[in-house]
Design a protein around this ligand. Sequence first.
Ligand code: SFD
Ligand code: AMP
Length: 630
Amino acid sequence: MISEQFETVIIETDLLIVGGGMAACGAAFEAAHWAKQHKLKVCLVDKAAMERSGAVAMGLSAINLYLGLKEGKNTISDYINYVKTDLMGIARDDLVANIARHVDSTVHLFEKWGLPIWKDEEGKYVNEGRWQIMIHGESYKSIVSEAAKNALKELGEDGQYFERVFITEPIMNGDRCVGAAGFSVRENKFYIFKAKSVLDVMGGAVHVFRPRSVGEGLGRSWYPPFNSGAGSYFTLKAGAEMTCQEVRFVPVRFKDSYGPVGAWFLLFKAKATNAKGEDYMETRAAELEKWAPYGTAKPTPANLRNYLMMLEVEAGNGPIYMRTDEAIRELVANIPDEKQAKRKLKELESEAWEDFLDMTVSQALNWAAHNIMPEETPSEIAACEPYFISSHSGASGAWISGPADLSPEGYHWGYTNMTTIKGLFAAGDASGASSHKFSSGSFTEGRIAAKSALAFCADNPGTVSFTEDQIEALKTRILQPLQTFEEHKNYANDEDVNPNFIKPKMFMFRLQKIMDEYAGGASVGFKTSEKLMEKGLEFLQYMHEDSDKLAAKDLNELMRCWENIHRLWQADAHIRTMLFREETRWPGYYFRTDFPEMKGDWKCFANCRWNPETTEWEMTKREIKELTNK
Ligand code: SFD
Ligand code: AMP
């Protein structure tokens, strides 16, 4: 038996942080402070190396959430309005407010730790847009993770972190989450983490849908392909209620290399046009009225900006261009002095390149490879494949408890950021309905959640236990793909074609094809309907059955097998919730051809839960409520 070749390592802790990204780093940093006071243990587990793991791996060129509360720049209620409007009325005010009131202090910490933030002549942060500030952020994740690791190290034996350990499953004791199981992706070690509380910060999900980049370009995506749905799988599998599983995010990005557009729209004030040079945000403005009050608000919600662009593409008016050349020309046009104008031009050119070199290096390579000089040549932009991420302009994640002082009735059940499962907390991309938290807000939410999860540990000091049988069953099941491969590998001489098993890559392709064609992917113009989704769900059921036959030839493929099981569960929750919501609320993200309009009675959350006892899915509507203390 393969499992006999794996050592079982059992780690006991009080707080277990699963994930090593922005929210996890915030959690570790904050937890270290409170753990010291209460003499509690903290342990963090990341599938990768924290220095460059998660969405900020490559770095970023802006911090997209900074309110400037002390400077009097914005108020918390301004931010709530912005977020809620951008999400077409669907957001948890209490969660958004809780992050917003603490986020500025997080940004100040980043600066203290050495993150270079752009400053103007008066020493003030340079804003990209109203909420976004510019950074020289190539080393953003290294800086933040170093602070998190140092904080854990200060706890001595009570602070631990594991890298390159992939978490597959939550471990339950009745209705309480008491740990997690996983394996090393480098050595034959099977891990069991026992904990009094568990914080799920394993990010969002990429490659659930067939990506635009296929073949030679496979692996290129806007969000990191290594965020593969563990965040939502973990809470779903524990039986937690989930929210906004239908609210995918379809970002518009520079075509093929996925360079973000924010700096161009907000900092450089560029326009996007169709091939004829028409600004579709102006020529198609009338369409926005159909989606009032959100469509007529400013700024136009992200999904509607997408939608107007998609209408252009459908009308055959592509390619769509970001007019980088015109924007740069405009920015130097009013400088009368020729020398100064030249200097400014050079400055803008270098800012344009740095934007991508800081966070999406391949976009800079793409420009170089295609002889594109942004000051001379416009660049194509396009709507990407859908992503599951609640920290940007999507909203999917766990339904969590809000803070006692702000949350209306029904939104608060004890510990802030706890899911509906006892002892299981979520933050960042793993918690839902609090969009636009971005890197700084995710770190902040991690801090909030860790503090609360440690309070749970202090209030529940009894040791948690589970049986040897439970551990052995998990070990056998988690390592099964290695066993399956070993048993059947000699049947055929091509590993990818074997009637006894399916390799993870093929499994992923199959999932992506189903999602693309039946659940409104890029190749069908993001459109779907009841009949299509029912068919898609039928196919997903076969995939669940086939997942027992996944096979892995090594540890890396074992990780790939589990990543794709995680993606499959995310896919399932997504289709079911789109099907449940009988309206179109986010055209530009997805469009239901059978219910093409937004409806008043659907101004609510669409929540779902996989019930571990019955193995059935339960769908619920939840009311949108405002803050108790404004
Ligand atoms: O330009 C397991 N983001 C931006 N945020 C900003 O503030 N400014 C920007 O400029 C942003 N832009 C941007 C952004 C992201 C990307 C990829 C690009 C551009 C190209 C968004 C933020 O990055 C994002 O909001 C936060 O990072 C979210 O934080 P968090 O913690 O929820 O997710 P994470 O950082 O990706 O971390 C996930 C961690 O989980 C680990 N993990 N560990 C163990 N077992 C498993 N099974 C696991 N599965 C995953 C990961 O390794 C990682 O450590 S712009 O587009 O707007
Ligand atoms: P992006 O690069 O698209 O991820 O955007 C970065 C930030 O800028 C996010 O906060 C977006 O919501 C915001 N943003 C991007 N484009 C626009 C736009 N055209 N109008 C208003 N906000 C935008």
